[in-house]
Design a protein around this ligand. Structure first.
Ligand code: IMP
Length: 181
């Protein structure tokens, strides 16, 4: 199959992302100021760039762990059924936990993952998403912190992919097809 050609239009610059992360980290620090150690859980793979920038800006004692849930596969359609492909390495019972996601779209992924992690009885569980597409929501879920609300556009860059491409762009851009389907 020949991939349908597309271009990427910048939507959120690297500079705006960095400035927003600074603001978010101040809020996270005040929420967790008393923690003896915060477990920062990145949802693979889309959050890997975000979590790297986030933890370097966070002035708190932290640990990092990762969890992978199934999502879009290689297409542009969200799947409603969420499966855990890779679980955490560490136990979180009695711990302070921050779940880091790239995008909340239908809400199924973070809703499922936070439900699962809550059942493991952490002391506190909060979530942060870099992007939120509220118009696409199918379940009532809102992350505790959101970087940017965006319209219903398919975006790439800053860790986020389209069929595994474009994760290495330093900014968030929207995909625009240049030829009809
Ligand atoms: P949800 O379960 O529908 O909220 O989907 C969340 C997941 O879908 C995210 O973690 C992304 O992996 C993926 N996703 C949602 N929107 C986009 C997009 O615009 N570009 C790339 N991946 C997306």
């Amino acid at each position: 199959m020949v991939a349908r050609p597309y271009v990427i239009d910048e939507m959120i610059s690297a500079k705006s992302i960095a400035a927003r992360i600074e603001e978010l980290c101040k809020e996270i620090q005040s929420e967790f100021s008393e923690t003896n150690k915060l477990v920062v859980v990145g949802l693979l793979r889309g959050s890997f760039v975000f979590i790297a920038d986030l933890v370097r800006e966070l002035d708190l004692p932290i640990e990092v762990d990762f969890l992978e849930a199934s999502s879009y596969g290689d297409g542009m359609e969200s799947s409603r059924e969420v499966r855990i492909l890779k679980d955490l390495r560490g136990a979180i019972e009695g711990r302070d936990v921050l779940v880091v996601e790239d995008i909340v779209d239908t809400g199924h992924t973070l809703n499922h993952v936070t439900g699962l992690l809550k059942s493991r009885l952490p002391a506190r569980l909060k979530s942060i998403a870099l992007l939120d597409k509220p118009s696409q929501r199918e379940v009532d879920f809102k992350a505790d912190w959101t970087g940017f609300e965006i319209p219903d556009e398919f975006v790439v860059g800053y860790g986020i992919d389209f069929a595994q491409r474009n994760r290495n762009l330093p900014f968030i851009g929207k995909v625009r097809f240049t030829e009809p389907e």
